[in-house]
Design a protein around this ligand. Structure first.
Ligand code: PEP
Length: 246
């Protein structure tokens, strides 16, 4: 079974509306009809989602939101629902990023509730899984990530083929992360592909991806795309990473 490669970026808590729109405008004109075989996506801050979605409407680039609540509405101050995200143009909902698990009490239970809501509304959940440095060092990566993925999709079947999984080892993410060698992430990708490859729409790698290592990481068996932070926050960096998927 061959899926398209999914290659996308989240801006995290960065960029103003004007900066996000400028990025989207430049991306749209540089990308034209897109890179064959690659599905591009951009996840801006929620404040810019509607404008970025409007700029990219009709282009090959999908947009998404960095988090959404499991309830459709109600007394959840500060939260954003899946229907609200969809109304602002999101087609992808990122769930369970390690920063949300670490700082905002996101658990396997809340991840599962959110995945259910996203699937129910016909959007694509992008479920982030990944182990800490400590788990990695004691050889527990595969078991840890498989357990997180199992919990995220427990008892869900409808629409599962739309779902994406991003394997993002915590030790490889962000400015304090360490760039992984392809062979270090291969065992988890092999296990995820065996367990989930036939059921979900794609399995991505994320954590210190750059234009220089993108092709090598895409060459790891079981890697079906890349989820990128810092290296794609300038359009030129993102374009080079998209090109690696050609
Ligand atoms: C991330 O935080 O999900 C991520 C992939 O970040 P970076 O690429 O900057 O390591």
């Amino acid at each position: 079974m061959t899926h398209p490669l999914w290659i996308g970026t989240s801006f995290k808590m960065n960029k103003t509306r004007a900066e996000s729109v400028a990025y989207a405008t430049r991306l749209r004109s540089a990308l034209g009809d897109g890179v064959p075989g690659v599905r591009a996506f951009v996840i801006p801050p929620a404040t810019a989602l509607a404008e970025v979605s409007a700029v990219l409407d009709g282009s090959p680039v999908r947009t998404g939101v960095q988090n959404a609540h499991w309830a459709d509405g109600g007394a959840w101050t500060g939260e954003l629902s899946v229907p609200q995200a969809a109304d602002a143009g999101a087609r992808i909902v990122e769930i369970g990023h390690s920063e949300r698990r670490a700082h905002f009490a996101e658990t396997d239970g809340t991840v599962r509730l959110k995945v259910g809501a996203v699937l129910r509304h016909g959007l694509t959940p992008l479920v982030c899984c990944g182990e800490s440095a400590e788990v990695f060092e004691r050889g527990g990566s595969v078991g840890h990530v498989l357990r997180q993925a199992e919990a995220a999709f427990a008892d869900l079947a409808d629409g599962l083929e739309r779902a994406l999984i991003a394997y993002e080892p915590v030790w490889a993410i962000g400015e304090h992360g360490r760039e992984p060698r392809p062979e270090e992430v291969a065992p988890v990708h092999e296990a995820l592909a065996a367990e989930w490859g036939g059921r979900v729409g794609g399995i991505l790698y994320g954590g210190s991806v750059s234009p220089d290592n993108a092709a090598g990481l895409l060459g790891v068996p079981g890697v079906g795309g890349l989820f990128v932070g810092r290296a794609a926050w300038e359009v030129e960096g993102y374009l080079r990473i998209l090109e690696a998927g050609r």
